[in-house]
Design a protein around this ligand. Structure first.
Ligand code: C2E
Ligand code: CA
Ligand code: CA
Length: 478
């Protein structure tokens, strides 16, 4: 148990309760005579004033052969806060964020709010890449501290894009390029800063095109969208325990687009609610079709953090189940650890509602976030999926990864959770996971995600597939 204790101690250190920063009104930044140049909500400069300052600073920098930096700051998950807590809470939050950003600026710098949850910071004073990175890191730390909004503690991260002038583009493109770099930070999971690189400019335009095409696909009832299904198998018997639905999109011109590309686009442009609903409806429809063929599979659906904040999510699920006469226990929802920990009390409430409805919950990508042990204990989930990155490391006998997987399995079992390892590609990984007592495995070693027709064939033939070595014949490590 020593390793488990160490792991828990490490986890506890990570989850030490954060310092609570009270909400305060922004400093008196507004010159009332000059409202045209200021954002009325935060009192910061608006885009017009920022561009004006940027122009002047760029001219001076050119003359003196000096550099400038621009930081593009975008809150992660702000829209969901606004949707679920209301606009007045959203405004309060933006004022506090504006205040915190302004606190990181020096006298010569300019801070602006572009609108929504987007802020800009002009670093005037010859910053190099490392100086700009230091400011970005400070900003992220400051924004990551607890915000108390209408009596509730919230934690938000932000994504920051950084450009330096003159190396990252002409003056007129600086803000757009900083925005593109910010999008890359957001796509990589948010909570980080990224420097602009030339290929990113294309990406940000391409994203706008993608969201338009995805919107169109959804308007047409999901044209080009489909679901693949990937089996999870029982470690001991090798039997199929359920399948995970994975969304696919075939773009009319560009062909298949990765979910890791289009799902963040859907999240960013407010399409994830409709897209997620399409997935829920489609899974229920498929369930009905399979059941009519005599095939009974439990299907797991991935939920985005934005869906968790939909006030009527549970009713939507209930309606979809009813419409297809599918029993709730045939569905499972996979919620990533990071999404679950974004608002633990809300998540506990939601999971309890899921439990009452009869659907199961799985904590996905476990190990990627800083889940709080006591919070994890409170979550009425029944499954925990060890993130693929740990499974990959097992391939090279990474001792840390082994210790973590071992500890996670023991901890999960202690909490009564079933453990699934995802991304299992080799028999070596399988052997280690077997030894550690993982309950279910999923990955290319067993099957890739496949179409519903292939999935049905696989499910029927999998009864004939040889079982992995039984657990008892393998020795556990010390
Ligand atoms: P995820 O939930 O972690 O799903 C597992 C991903 O790993 C899938 O990628 C799957 O195809 C891939 N995978 C499975 N086995 C292996 C393996 O052995 N090796 C490797 N290298 N990869 C493996 P995919 O389909 O590209 O999906 C990526 C992510 O997109 C998913 O990660 C999930 O977060 C998200 N996603 C997919 N479908 C949906 C959806 O319907 N709704 C939401 N919100 N997110 C979805
Ligand atoms: Ca998943
Ligand atoms: Ca994963």
């Amino acid at each position: 148990m020593r390793r488990l204790d160490r792991w828990i101690a490490r986890a506890k250190a990570l989850w030490a309760s954060p310092s609570v920063v009270p909400l305060a009104l922004p400093p008196a930044l507004v010159n009332l005579k000059d409202l045209n140049h200021h954002d009325p909500l935060t009192g910061l400069a608006n885009r017009l004033l920022f561009e004006d300052r940027l122009d002047g600073a760029a001219r001076r920098a050119e003359a003196a052969n000096r550099r400038l930096g621009v930081l593009f700051i975008d809150l992660d998950g702000f829209k969901a806060v606004n949707d679920s807590y209301g606009h007045s809470a959203g405004d309060q939050l933006l004022r506090e964020v504006g205040r915190r950003v302004a606190l990181q600026a020096r006298q010569s710098d300019t801070v602006a709010r572009l609108g929504g949850d987007q802020f800009l910071m002009l670093l005037d004073g010859h910053p190099d890449a490392s100086a700009a990175a230091v400011v970005a890191a400070r900003l992220r730390t400051s924004l990551a501290e607890v915000l108390c909004i209408e009596g509730r503690d919230l934690r938000l991260s932000c994504s920051v894009g950084i450009v330096l002038y003159p190396e990252h583009g002409p003056r007129a493109k600086l803000i757009a390029h900083a925005d593109a770099a910010m999008l890359v930070a957001k796509q990589a999971g948010g909570g980080m800063h990224v420097f602009f690189e030339p290929h990113m400019a294309v990406d940000s335009e391409a994203q706008i095109d993608l969201q338009r095409d995805l919107r169109h696909a959804l308007d047409l009832g999901g044209q080009g969208l489909s679901l693949d299904y990937q089996p999870k198998v029982d470690t001991k018997s090798g039997r199929l325990t359920g399948v995970e639905a994975l969304l696919r999109w075939r773009h009319p011109q560009q062909g298949p687009i990765e979910p890791s590309v289009f799902i963040p686009v859907a999240e960013r442009f407010g399409l994830i609610g409709t897209l997620g609903q399409w997935v829920i409806d489609e899974v229920c429809r498929q369930q009905r079709a399979w059941q009519d063929e005599g095939l009974d599979l439990r299907v797991a659906i991935n939920l985005s953090v934005y869906q968790l904040r939909q006030a009527d999510l549970v009713e939507r699920i209930e309606r979809a189940l009813k419409a297809q006469r599918v029993h709730a226990d045939r569905l499972m929802f996979e919620v990533s650890e990071i999404a679950a920990m974004a608002d633990p009390p809300a998540c506990v409430r939601l999971f309890e509602q899921f439990m009452r409805l009869g659907v199961q919950v799985s904590i996905d990508d476990f190990g990627m976030g800083n889940a709080n042990l006591s919070q994890l204990r409170k979550l009425p989930a029944c499954q925990l999926k060890i993130d693929r990155s740990f499974v990959q490391k097992l391939e090279h006998d990474d001792e840390d990864a082994k210790a973590i997987v071992d500890a996670v399995v023991r901890l999960s079992h202690a909490l009564g959770l079933n453990v699934v390892a995802e991304g299992v590609e080799t028999t070596h990984q399988q052997d280690i996971l077997l030894r550690f007592g993982c309950d279910e495995l999923q990955g290319y070693l067993f099957a890739r995600p496949m179409s519903p027709v292939q999935m049905a064939l696989w499910a029927r033939s999998s009864e004939a597939v040889p079982r992995p070595e039984p657990l008892t014949r393998l020795e556990r490590p010390d």
